[in-house]
Design a protein around this ligand. Structure first.
Ligand SMILES: NC(=O)c1ccc[n+]([C@@H]2O[C@H](COP(=O)([O-])OP(=O)(O)OC[C@H]3O[C@@H](n4cnc5c(N)ncnc54)[C@H](OP(=O)(O)O)[C@@H]3O)[C@@H](O)[C@H]2O)c1
Length: 248
């Protein structure tokens, strides 16, 4: 990210708020830590609320709220957003981070089982979940100062840059998520929103696996900085965690 862009970060006050889905481990947990460190009130959405968040609760007892949140359940999303609304008047940032890439769905065309439900499961978590959660959060975001939605996408969702010949469910889901970002950008941009699709890099999480190259903290830092950038009319909205534009 250029120094110019770094200079444009907005000042963060103690009152700013962020909701992160899938915050129990991996990138979501690293993002929760980064925003807590910056003084945000973090609403950490966890599908399994028994996750301990690596001690963040003890370090930030006042500014961390753990919410049960399964992005495949409308009831769960409504209940989570109601809990946010009960605690704070506005939400500044929503990070749609929860995602799946099912190991058994990575085979070549003749091997992958298209009769099972992995296509539907992947779309439910990676595409429909973010759209539904964004819709639920929009009124709270509209009352916020920053009005940012970050969809954690992937380079795997780039059609122009696609060299793969498999991983149908995951790649198609991230391409659809990118379309969702563009639609929301068109719909909400005039209301002062920024809506971004961000590729976090090949991050060192369970999903990234043992060969992944990008430390979680580095990716979380980049996404944190992107989320806080000032709105600019011509800014690219499909970018990697360093702010480099990606081809749709
Ligand atoms: N890892 C990479 O190299 C890479 C590359 C490009 C993009 N991404 C994207 O980055 C995001 C984070 O991935 P990660 O690497 O941190 O993956 P991860 O380590 O597998 O973590 C995935 C997170 O999503 C949560 N989740 C899954 N299904 C959910 C549901 N139905 N409702 C709520 N939460 C759910 C998981 O919760 P549980 O703990 O309950 O399972 C977990 O917290 C994903 O959107 C992924 O597609 C990752």
């Amino acid at each position: 990210m250029s120094e110019d862009r770094l200079c444009k970060f907005m000042e963060v006050s103690m009152t700013e708020t962020v909701l992160i889905s899938g915050a129990g481990r991996g990138l979501g947990l690293a993002l929760a830590g980064r925003f807590l460190q910056a003084g945000f009130h973090v609403f950490a959405g966890l599908r399994r609320p028994d996750q301990d968040l690596a001690g963040l609760g003890g370090r930030f007892p006042e500014t961390l709220t753990i919410l049960p949140l399964d992005v495949t359940s409308m009831d769960s999303m409504r209940a989570a957003v109601e809990q946010v609304a009960a605690r704070v008047p506005a939400l500044d940032i929503l990070i749609n981070n929860a995602g799946i890439n099912l190991e058994y769905a990575r085979g070549v065309l003749d091997e992958v089982d298209l009769a099972d439900t992995h296509l539907e499961e992947t779309m439910a978590v990676n595409v429909f979940g973010p759209l539904r959660l964004s819709q639920q959060c929009r009124p709270l975001l509209a009352r916020g100062r920053l009005r940012v939605i970050v969809n954690v996408s992937s380079e795997a969702g780039s059609i122009a840059g696609c060299g793969r010949d498999r991983e149908f469910a995951y790649c198609m889901s991230k391409a659809a998520l990118n379309m969702q970002t563009k639609l929301l950008h068109n719909a909400l941009g005039p209301q002062g929103f920024r809506v971004l699709s961000v590729h976090p890099g090949w991050v060192q999480s369970d999903m990234g696996g043992p060969q992944a190259t990008v430390p979680l903290d580095e990716s979380a830092e980049g996404i944190y900085q992107l989320a806080l950038q000032e709105r600019a009319d011509a800014e690219p909205i499909y970018v990697d965690y360093r702010g480099n534009a990606l081809q749709w």
